[in-house]
Ligand binder design. Structure first.
Ligand code: DGL
Length: 277
């Protein structure tokens, strides 16, 4: 049967498509199912309990579709739901099922980007409040200082197609100014939300030239390639027919496809996913 053991890729909405694009470029041979919970997005300002419940429902849906491996291509879900899923929920599942996030692979390498040893992290309120990046980066790079800024209005701007319009300038500049006011020595900005690569060009307009902007797609893709090499039991279990399927929890799939194409930089044809609650 074709496509029976795909890699599942999950995000609250469209942002995970920026990660999926990089994963598919690096690992084109595998089968993939993308699920965007656009019907309930954004997750960024929601409570821990709600983010965990929504994320676990979506992970189970991907398991039911045959995915032995699910990537939470969402920082908010990785920050607020991954630990409980890995330490509690997966205990009742087949031991061959795995769920991985995007924060740890990013924290493992982000310290290599900075010369001043000072990094700025831009994320949703949920990601920033969880302090996951402060904790994870300090494990791998104890000498690197991390400053954070929540950007609660960026995901709504992006999801509503306003990310490249002049009205977005005010909100982009506002959060960047707040972050950079925390230290003059920040030389690396991490886009710690998978939606933010769409704002990358606008962000760069408001930054001094010595500050580099890092997105996660390639980092996560490289880390997944490395994981699959180190885990042949998982790699051998995944089907490899180079297929892609897209699902959304919004019943207007045409609307999803139109937005999704910008994030994925390629046409997208989705189907409706009914998530049991
Ligand atoms: N793309 C998600 C992330 O990386 C957040 C979007 C949301 O707020 O739902 O955090």
């Amino acid at each position: 049967m074709l496509n029976n053991k795909p890699v599942g890729i999950f995000d609250s909405g469209y942002g995970g498509l920026t990660v999926f694009r990089s994963i598919f470029q690096q690992l084109p041979g595998y089968d993939y199912i993308y699920l965007g919970d656009t019907g309930r997005a954004p997750y960024g300002n929601r409570s821990f309990q709600t983010i965990h419940q929504y994320t676990w429902e979506c992970v189970q849906w991907l398991f039911d579709k045959g995915c032995p491996l699910v990537i939470l291509a969402c920082n908010t879900a990785s920050a607020k739901a991954l630990r409980t899923i890995q330490q509690t929920d997966l205990k009742n599942e087949d031991p061959l099922k795995r769920v991985l996030g995007v924060i740890r692979p990013t924290a493992e390498v982000i310290g290599d980007y900075t010369k001043t040893k000072e990094i700025g992290v831009l994320g949703t309120k949920g990601t920033v409040q969880s302090e996951s990046y402060l904790i994870e980066i300090s494990h791998f790079f104890p000498d690197v200082k991390v400053y954070q800024q929540a950007c609660p209005l960026w995901v709504p701007l992006i999801e509503n197609g306003e990310y490249n319009k002049p009205g977005a300038d005010y909100f982009v500049k506002q959060y960047l100014d707040q972050l950079l006011a925390q230290s003059p020595n920040i030389d690396t900005l991490l886009l710690a939300c998978t939606h933010y690569p769409l704002l990358r060009e606008k962000i760069k307009q408001f930054l001094p030239g010595n500050i580099q902007v890092v997105s996660q797609g390639d980092i996560v893709a490289k880390s997944l390639a490395d994981y699959l090499q180190r885990h042949p039991e998982m790699d051998n279990n995944l089907s490899k027919n180079s297929t892609q399927q897209f699902f959304t929890t919004t019943d207007d799939t045409a609307d999803f496809d139109q937005h999704a194409a910008f994030f994925f930089s390629a046409p997208v044809k989705s189907a409706f996913a009914e998530i049991r609650c």
